[in-house]
Design a protein around this ligand. Structure first.
Ligand SMILES: [Cu+2]
Length: 67
């Protein structure tokens, strides 16, 4: 399943990389795309929102929820 989440606290490309890496590590085979301006993180191949929430929070950002 492909889902898009709102994530707050990302300020630069480094943040984008951190969030992308955290989610891709937590969800094997997932592809992550981040729209920094829109605070949107799109994830392919995701079944569990909680996995994304944990990865985002552990990387130090604020998980708001699915769009
Ligand atoms: Cu940053």
């Amino acid at each position: 399943m492909n889902k898009t989440y709102i994530v707050e606290g990302m300020a630069c490309d480094g943040c984008v990389r951190s969030v992308t890496n955290a989610i891709e590590e937590a969800v094997p085979g997932a592809t992550v795309q981040v729209d920094l301006q829109a605070k949107r993180v799109s994830v392919t191949g995701i079944d569990e929102d909680n996995v994304v929430r944990k990865a985002v929070e552990q990387a130090g950002y604020s998980y708001v929820g699915p769009v």
